[in-house]
Design a protein around this ligand. Structure first.
Ligand SMILES: Cc1cc2nc3c(=O)[nH]c(=O)nc-3n(C[C@H](O)[C@H](O)[C@H](O)COP(=O)(O)OP(=O)(O)OC[C@H]3O[C@@H](n4cnc5c(N)ncnc54)[C@H](O)[C@@H]3O)c2cc1C
Length: 484
């Protein structure tokens, strides 16, 4: 693979022949804009290309493969771990022009889409038929389905409905040599051969470019209730969450937010939420109103028995919308702290077994504090064991300390809890140093699989620990904050 940028005119001319001049850019300002995503990293492409169809992608990939030019697919660029950047230069493929819904099939409960369609736009269309694609990440208003599939994105409803992976029935993808493969089946059941669909889900653009996705869809629930319960400590809230699951109910969402997170959520709301030290936000849904209500009553009772200081139940759709909007805004508000001269490090995205959530909430905070973390914010999709921590680090002095904190957290999650270094955001660059910790020898096999699809290593190089393992989680930082 070439690490040196070829002459820009050469790139512009060759890509223009394939997609037309209007869909190629080598403009300095635009290249800079595409050098960032929602992570702390930076990686600038040599050119930006906006393909409109599969045939253009076949030509682009063949050309790049021959020339050994890195190819970096990108949806909306909302990734938190640096996987939507051009870490080794090369071409940035902006996939957002491929945004058509090709088929909505209510009889089969499937939808076929191009990868560039935005999550909320797809769900607006599905709502016209009373259906939805439920995973709903916090970035629902902007992220693309291609980005969700490639990161295996999750969201607040994973506890009941699953994550993106659970909905992908099949894919079409273009490989670096120009081959077009179709994976999966329209049949709900298939036991036919290796599951290449699942291999592509979560592959972060390292195997090929996805050009079509077949998703399962579900009828929208008719009845929904929400609850906010305030607790004295995170451990009390964690215990209540575990007991709710043990009681046999499966809420459609169960979120934990600590005091600092609550403080970030409330400003801007017309009616502030009754949030305190440690809070659970719970939703039940279904087709039968009395069952939804009974489940909510049971959840409220468990919260009460677990020492909740205050409980508020609501059936009002406006209040529910406001509550989830506030929850969705959490990461954005934490990211805004960058303006205060802090790096809310990579919004740690660990996952642990559900039964061990209360213990992990306490221990991860202690581990981070012991390693010297200056500020620790905790929130997460507690019902599925996904715990987020945000640690603020002084970008001019504390990168070594940041590495130490991140490693202590990851080691605890893997060695003690048999959890995961990333439950939904993906590995990218920031979690690549910890891939050997989680996967051991299996990581070698992941690298070998990548080589089968991409022998020249042109697909999104530098991420997931497949071609190299960075020693620090703070590589490829913007120059102004002193990174390499
Ligand atoms: C405010 C905020 C809230 C968030 N909340 C959540 C959350 O609740 N849950 C969650 O899981 N994530 C969340 N995220 C992270 C992120 O939004 C999701 O992972 C999202 O799915 C990324 O989609 P995207 O279109 O931005 O993809 P990008 O960031 O552009 O790309 C993601 C990956 O997909 C690859 N890719 C994109 N398109 C293709 C394609 N066609 N073929 C092959 N590879 C491709 C890219 O190379 C990259 O590796 C949040 C981010 C923000 C900023």
């Amino acid at each position: 693979m070439s690490s040196k940028a070829p002459d820009q005119n050469f790139l512009f001319e060759n890509f223009s022949k394939i997609v037309g001049k209007d869909d190629v850019s080598v403009d300095e300002t635009e290249l800079f804009a595409y050098s960032l995503d929602a992570s702390n990293h930076q990686g600038e492409p040599w050119a930006i290309v906006r393909p409109e169809n599969r045939d253009e992608l076949v030509q682009i990939l063949k050309f790049c493969n021959e020339q050994r030019i890195p190819v970096n697919p990108r949806g909306a660029g909302t990734s938190f771990a640096g996987q939507a950047l051009a870490l080794k230069g090369g071409v940035m493929l902006d996939m957002r022009k491929m945004n058509r819904i090709k088929e909505i099939n209510i009889g089969d409960r499937t939808v076929v889409v191009e990868p560039g369609i935005v999550y909320s736009k797809l769900n607006e269309e599905l709502a016209k038929y009373g259906y939805s694609f439920p995973p709903e990440p916090g970035s629902a208003m902007s992220c693309t389905i291609g980005g969700m599939v490639s990161n295996n994105a999750g969201g607040i409803r994973a506890i009941k409905y699953g994550v993106t992976r659970d909905f992908v029935m099949g894919l079409e993808a273009v490989l670096p040599n120009g081959d077009v493969i179709r994976t999966g089946s329209r049949s709900i059941k298939t036991s036919s051969g290796y599951d290449l669909t699942r291999l592509f889900v979560g592959s972060e653009g390292t195997l090929g470019v996805i050009t079509e996705i077949t998703l399962k869809i579900l009828p929208k629930p008719k009845h929904v209730q929400v609850l906010i319960a305030v607790f004295k400590t995170a451990v009390d809230a964690g215990k209540a969450a575990s007991q709710i699951i043990n009681s046999g109910i499966t809420p459609s969402a169960m979120e934990f937010v600590d005091q600092f997170t609550a403080a970030a959520m409330n400003p801007g709301l017309s009616k502030p939420l009754p949030l305190g030290e440690a809070n659970l936000m719970i939703e039940t849904d279904g087709t039968e109103e009395d069952i939804v209500k009974a489940e909510m009553e049971k959840a409220a009772k468990v919260c009460q028995e677990s020492g909740a200081l205050e409980i508020k139940v609501s059936q009002d759709p406006e209040e529910r919308l406001q509550m989830w909007r506030a929850r969705d805004s959490v990461t954005t508000r934490l990211m805004q702290l960058r303006g205060e001269g802090m790096v809310p490090y990579a919004i740690v995205d660990t996952g642990v077994p559900i039964s061990r959530v209360p213990e992990a909430l306490r221990e991860l905070k202690d581990v981070a504090k012991k390693a010297g973390a200056p500020l620790i914010v905790m929130f997460g999709h507690i019902g599925d064991g996904n715990i987020h921590l945000a640690l603020s680090i002084d970008p001019t002095k504390e990168l070594e300390k940041g590495d130490k904190i991140a490693r202590s957290i990851m080691e605890t999650v893997i060695n003690k809890y048999r959890g995961t270094i990333t439950a939904e955001h993906g590995v990218g660059l920031s979690k690549a140093p910890f891939m050997p910790l989680e996967h051991g020898v299996a990581l070698n096999y992941m690298s070998k699989i990548k080589k089968v699809f991409d022998p020249n290593g042109i697909m999104n190089p530098g991420i997931m620990g497949l071609d190299e393992i960075p020693q620090s989680t703070f590589t490829h930082m913007p120059k102004k904050i002193g990174g390499s």
